[in-house]
Design a protein. Structure first.
Length: 131
């Protein structure tokens, strides 16, 4: 009987290397895809009333996430706040309705990224007091 010169784990090692290479290629291919950013007009379309329960949920979730991200990422030592919502805060639907009107009257903003336009709207609607 002839002995094999290949170590016993060699076939498994080749399979693992092939899988790693394949997953790296797939990750590279996905990284090359253009990430689609929601435009201000697309957010308006979802947020317009009357809305389906799904659209309403998406609108509320998306706009809340934008504001929450602003709150979580702004460093108060290095960046003065530019959005100051006084309590009691207005109703969510009221603010979203105002955003819809804001984009409709500022058509130059309609193709811009929704997150930036929404933050700009909040800064205009809820400016911080000058010190």
């Amino acid at each position: 009987m002839m002995e094999s010169h290949t170590p016993k784990g060699e076939p498994m090692k080749k399979i693992l290397i092939a899988l790693v290479a394949l997953s790296a290629f797939c990750g590279f291919a996905q990284a090359q895809e253009k990430v689609q950013v929601l435009s201000a007009q697309e957010l308006v379309t979802v947020c317009k009333l009357p809305a389906s329960p799904e659209s309403r949920s998406f609108c509320i979730g998306y706009t809340t996430a934008i504001y929450d991200t602003y709150l979580a990422t702004r460093n108060p030592q290095r960046a003065k706040p530019f959005i100051c919502i006084k309590q009691p805060a207005p109703l969510r639907d009221e603010v979203i309705g105002e955003y819809v009107k804001f984009v409709q009257t500022n058509q130059q903003a309609s193709d811009k990224p929704a997150a930036g336009v929404f933050l700009g709207f909040l800064a205009t609607r809820f400016p911080c007091a000058k010190k």
